[in-house]
Design a protein around this ligand. Structure first.
Ligand SMILES: NC(=O)c1ccc[n+]([C@@H]2O[C@H](COP(=O)([O-])OP(=O)(O)OC[C@H]3O[C@@H](n4cnc5c(N)ncnc54)[C@H](O)[C@@H]3O)[C@@H](O)[C@H]2O)c1
Length: 312
């Protein structure tokens, strides 16, 4: 295995929303990036994406030798991975598509290269089964957009070598990410399960008429969401217990939480319920384009990231 701090070349397979963003981050860390995507327009998409992301990359601090030009688009995945120390796969979230891709690159990978998948929730043991590279293959799940959000979830499968897990944690930390090790395989890993739990209740609130889409969003963005960038839900509740901390909070709110949990149900994503969510989101967007919404998000996110990274 290459030393995590010595990685010079990263390959990006699949250059859509996540792959292009990973490419921007790898470039900002001074890596040479080899890209493949079957979509012919992907090369132009990456060029635009990197150009758009570069001012944010400069603001957050780049490697001295970073260049937005240090990438090449290849004609095949085999060619893209041939010289890579590390491969980040970002193909569509479908097991057969991903496995077909791994079948193509398995023999082309350098025997010491590490392969990580951005999968949002597929099971690594099912992804890696039968491939020569299985011991060097792990999940490296980022959050959208990976060039801004620090979290990366590292998950091994049954055949992933323990050194691969450690390597991925060291590599992601070295390139400025905040990796965590998820110790068991679970659909959705950890953070997407947390998001799914919250979104289940958010959708329920809309379809049962408890609140509008916009008010549900405000309930998070003007409420607990502000605290969650500073500390997670457990530590937030430790403070919620006042001087008595988490012990007092659990003593006081145990009956309340248990009774709230009892009333929570899973909404059906029926045509009608999906329509209500879609209409609510468009009403909340009020004609703002996707680019305008991204700019609005980043105007908050960038100063927040600067604050959080100063905290260390
Ligand atoms: N969108 C998110 O918020 C998010 C967040 C974290 C992780 N992910 C994960 O990242 C991966 C990619 O998701 P996305 O949102 O970027 O999807 P996307 O649809 O934006 O991009 C997928 C890209 O893969 C390309 N592609 C199609 N067939 C391919 C193949 N056989 N091999 C390689 N590439 C192929 C497509 O042309 C497209 O450019 C998924 O595994 C997803 O679960 C997504």
């Amino acid at each position: 295995m290459p030393t995590p701090t010595d990685v010079k070349r990263a390959a990006v397979l699949g250059a859509g929303t996540i792959g292009a963003s990973w490419a921007a981050w790898f470039l900002a860390r001074g890596l040479q990036v080899d890209i493949w995507d079957p979509r012919p327009e992907a090369e132009a998409y990456v060029r635009r994406y990197v150009a758009d992301a570069w001012p944010a990359m400069s603001r957050l601090g780049m490697a001295p030798d970073a260049s937005p030009e240090a990438w090449r688009f290849h004609a095949s995945p085999e060619a893209a991975v041939a010289a890579a120390d590390f491969v980040q796969e970002n193909a569509p979230e479908r097991l057969p598509i991903k496995r077909e891709l791994y079948g193509r690159i398995d023999a082309a990978l350098r025997p010491d290269a590490i392969l990580a998948s951005s999968t949002s929730g597929l099971i690594m043991s099912e992804m890696q089964a039968g491939f020569r590279s299985a011991p060097r293959f792990a999940v490296g799940h980022p959050f959208n957009p990976p060039h801004l959000i620090p979290l990366v979830e590292v998950v091994g499968g049954q055949e992933t070598a323990p050194e691969t897990i450690q390597w991925c944690l060291d590599f992601y930390r070295h390139i400025g990410k905040k990796p965590i090790h998820i110790r068991k395989e679970a659909r959705g890993h950890l953070a997407n399960r947390l998001q799914a739990a919250l979104w289940r209740e958010a959708v329920s609130a809309v379809v049962t008429g408890l609140a509008s889409v916009e008010d549900v969003d405000t309930a998070i963005s003007a409420g607990p969401g502000l605290r969650w960038a500073a500390m997670g839900p457990h530590m937030t509740f430790h403070l919620g217990g006042g001087e008595g901390g988490i012990e007092h909070l659990l003593a006081q709110f145990k009956p309340a939480f248990e009774s709230w949990w009892e009333t929570m149900t899973t909404p059906e994503l029926s045509d009608e319920n999906r329509r209500r969510i879609i209409e609510g989101v468009h009403a909340e967007a009020a004609g703002r384009s996707m680019a305008e919404l991204v700019a609005e998000r980043d105007a908050v996110l960038l100063p927040l990231l600067e604050l959080v990274s100063r905290r260390g």
